[in-house]
Structures are given as structure tokens and as C-alpha cells.
Design a protein around this ligand. Sequence first.
Ligand code: ZN
Ligand code: ZN
Length: 145
Amino acid sequence: MANLSSKQDELERYDSISDVKAHCPDKNCIYVAPLRTLTTHASEKHPKLNVQFRTQKSEYFDQRCDACGFFFYSRSAIYNHKSTKKCEYYASERVKYETWLEEVGTQGSLTLQEQIRDTIKFNHGNKRKSALEYAGDLKRSKFGK
Ligand SMILES: [Zn+2]
Ligand SMILES: [Zn+2]
């Protein structure tokens, strides 16, 4: 029973975090998408930057796949990644990246690092502020009467 419910929790956690919107890790890219779509986008559009970004621990990607060394936003995401053979693909992308790194040296890696956003968090600040303002307006009008 306990096992079943913890499994359920994990699934729910996966569902909610995979829907969290974030910026593409590439500073020059305006793409914003839920994490589960973002990972596909980054690996297709920015393969080298993606390997560099995903093989470091970051705010959303904090759980590591032992087989390929990439970081994921949840354990369920790692499970899905392994079961769909993406792990082999990621490992091959990593080999390509490391081969490229040997050619360009440390400078190449530093340049790539500069292209990665400091934070990929998508700012909901404006939306939240207007909702608060709206609540404030309601309150004021209520007490004003
Ligand atoms: Zn992008
Ligand atoms: Zn893996």
C-alpha cells in the first residue's frame, strides 16, 4: 500500500514539474516551454550547449542519470528517458560533445558556458502582481461603499 501511494506521489510530481514553464538555456533563444518539451527542443536545436547544460546540476535539473550523466527534473523523467532508449542517444551526444571539446579546448567550453542563461526560470512576476492588484482593488471598493 505504502509503495503504491509513493509511486502515485512520484507520478504526480512528475506531472506537475514537467508542466513548469522555463526558458531555453541558450541566452540567444527566446523559446519558452514546459520542461518536458524544453528538453527535446534544447537537444535538437542546441546539441552542444544542451550537453554542457544538462551534464551540470541546475535549478530544475538536479537528479542525475547514472548511465549517461545527464541531469533530470524528476526520477520519473529519468525512468522515461531510460525506457525509451533516449539514454543511449544522450550518451552518444555526450561523446560527440567531448570529441568537439578536445578540438576546441577549454576556451570553447567557456564560450559555450557564457551562452547559457544564469537562470532558466520563467518570470510569472507580472501576472502575479496584477492578480494582487486586482484583489486590492476589490478590497478597496468593498470598504469604500
Ligand atoms: Zn532554444
Ligand atoms: Zn541516461
